[in-house]
Design a protein around this ligand. Structure first.
Ligand code: 5GP
Length: 165
């Protein structure tokens, strides 16, 4: 995905969010670190009242396969009871991380809880993730750039590319 494709798709997603949450005060929850670029570009396009918070979770350790065991490295700064919450993810692969996050945040009684993911790999889903907004569906390839890393490198690429193996 080139920068222009990303920009165009993000503008369309933001338009949907602006419409769906008109008159509300939306709390965007960015999942560190990969979602940072997407989140910043998406939020810049929002015209509704909105706030920002972050969570950091670790699901893989050093391997590239999700274990389903999720550790919270950084929790939200604010309570979300009664809030409209939108989780902003970089990529949904097995869906296990997201399913944990949904359960965890759902138990805190938000008014609503939805997900916006820039990328999804439907072929890899192990659980059926409930995704309200999706940027792009991609094949089963490991991708980097636009916030997504390989061993913490390559996040700075302005586009998304499949890593050569
Ligand atoms: P899941 O629990 O859905 O399998 O994994 C989600 C997390 O795995 C993402 O938030 C991301 O950190 C990482 N991940 C999954 N697929 C890729 C990929 O293709 N490239 C990169 N850089 N990270 C990925």
């Amino acid at each position: 995905m080139q920068s222009d494709d990303l920009r165009q798709r993000i503008r369309a997603l933001a338009a949907e969010i602006n419409e769906d949450y008109a008159g509300k005060n939306l709390l965007l929850v960015g999942v560190l670190k990969g979602a940072v670029f997407f989140l910043a570009d998406l939020m810049r396009q929002l015209e509704i009242d909105c706030e920002l918070d972050f969570m950091a979770v670790s699901s893989y350790g050093s391997s590239t396969e999700s274990s389903g065991v999720v550790r919270i490295l950084k929790d939200l700064d604010t309570p979300i009871e009664g809030r409209d919450v939108l989780i902003v993810e970089d990529i949904v692969d097995s869906g296990l991380t997201l399913s944990y996050l949904m359960k965890n945040l759902g138990s805190r009684n938000p008014a609503s809880l939805e997900v916006c993911s820039l990328l999804v790999k439907p072929e890899r889903f192990k659980v059926d993730p409930d995704l309200r907004y999706v940027g792009f569906e991609i094949p089963d390839k490991f991708v980097v750039g636009y916030g997504l890393d390989h061993a913490q490198q390559l996040r700075n690429l302005p586009y998304v590319a499949a890593l050569k193996t």
